[in-house]
Ligand binder design. Structure first.
Ligand SMILES: [Zn+2]
Length: 184
């Protein structure tokens, strides 16, 4: 089955919702209310719906360098000049010593897979994706980085696998991000 024909969880969820809504429409027509007894408990339910869209606008001014470098194909983070602590994701101020004296340092692109999980049951906002794998990779510098894992054969992944970070423009977000790929 091709990718286009394959039903995503979002398609299936939307289909179930359409069935449910047409059931409620029938109830409104036949009894005059959008009410129905719960199938398990028999408790009377009222159905109504509101669609909620969430938009995120957050300031990234303080870590602008991270995105500038990412677009240049570089993977950087912040290190506290005062206490030497390295952070990922990058921090504007040091949570450990409270200093606001950070320097940008480039990170290694290879590390060790600490743990990973395949996401089969996706949150609704990710339901249009195929199943995906999220992994945490430990870099030699001592920071751990969580990202999607792109693997041709996920069955070969194991804890301790050597992984390489790749900067990619991923569909369907169509923006530049990073993901882990196994080192063959
Ligand atoms: Zn510090």
């Amino acid at each position: 089955m091709s990718r286009e024909e394959k039903k995503t969880q979002k398609d299936m969820f939307d289909e179930q919702m359409r069935q449910f809504e047409s059931f409620v429409e029938n109830m409104k027509e036949s009894i005059g209310l959008p009410t129905f007894p719960d199938m398990k408990t028999g408790v009377l339910q009222w159905y109504d719906q509101r669609w909620i869209t969430t938009r995120f606008i957050i300031s990234v001014e303080g870590i602008k360098e991270f995105f500038d470098k990412l677009l240049d194909g570089k993977f950087v983070t912040t290190k506290c000049r005062k206490c030497g602590e390295l952070y990922f994701p990058p921090q504007k101020d040091c949570p450990k010593c409270m200093a606001s004296d950070m320097e940008w340092v480039e990170l290694s692109r290879e590390g060790t897979l600490l743990t990973f999980t395949q996401i089969n049951v996706k949150p609704y906002s990710f339901a249009h994706y195929d199943d995906y794998i999220v992994g945490i990779v430990r870099l030699p510098e001592g920071v751990s980085i969580t990202a999607w894992v792109r693997a041709d054969d996920p069955s070969k992944l194991k804890i301790g696998s050597k992984m390489r970070l790749e900067i990619v423009k991923r569909d369907p977000e169509k923006y530049v991000t990073y993901e882990w790929v196994p080192v063959e």
